[in-house]
Design a protein around this ligand. Structure first.
Ligand code: FMN
Length: 181
């Protein structure tokens, strides 16, 4: 599949079949994470793979009832939780290099997009979920203090997808030479 085709075609999938994800496909998805760019190649990402039903429903409990991705967390055969090691991305000798501090959100975000695109090329669905109680998920998954839970995505074969939500036109966000208000 052509890259632009994947970028345009990938959709957030919120309904899944129960069919298992082949180990080969899961490995390929991790390979996409592995080759993501990161600050000074620090690769701060950590991925927790959850397949156990009880574990999935415990994690789903950290989402609010009105999160549209709620049922997909339980429904999909695999749940991937992306975390980042704190104090590495954007740091030099333990000091932040920029006023932005820790760049872990950025790097884990890049890894997540690579993951979603790779999954899509193999016919697998994902939906990035960021709106949940992160502390609660960290507790459930026994994530240590130096690691931050960032986002999660179910992984599985789509049962249905929706239309693409409207995107802004390019002139709405691109400026030349200087920012224009
Ligand atoms: C950082 C981030 C957090 C998100 N959190 C949620 C979420 O908590 N629940 C949900 O249903 N979708 C969530 N989404 C998915 C977006 O709603 C979705 O990407 C957007 O509407 C565009 O649709 P598309 O992915 O099909 O192109 C999130 C996406 C991103 C990038």
């Amino acid at each position: 599949m052509d890259l632009m085709e994947a970028i345009r075609g990938r959709r957030s999938i919120r309904m899944y079949k129960s069919d298992p994800v082949p180990e080969e496909a899961l490995k390929m998805v991790m390979e996409a994470v592995r080759w993501s760019p990161s600050w000074a190649n620090t690769q701060c990402w950590k991925v927790i793979v959850v397949k156990d039903s009880k574990m999935k429903s415990d994690v789903a409990g950290a989402l609010s009832k009105n999160n549209p991705a709620l049922s997909s967390i339980i429904e999909a055969p695999v749940l991937l939780i992306l975390c980042g090691m704190k104090g590495i991305s954007g740091f030099y000798k333990d000091q932040p290099k920029t006023e932005k501090g820790d760049w872990l959100m950025f790097d884990v975000g890049l890894a997540m997009e690579n993951l979603c695109l790779a999954a899509y090329t193999m016919g697998l669905g994902t939906v990035i979920v960021g709106n949940f109680d992160h502390r609660r998920v960290a507790e459930i998954l026994e994530v240590p203090q130096n690691i931050e839970v960032v986002a999660m995505t179910p992984l599985g074969y789509p049962a249905s997808d929706g239309p693409a939500p409207r995107r802004k036109e390019i002139p709405e966000f691109v400026f030349y030479e200087k920012y224009k208000t």
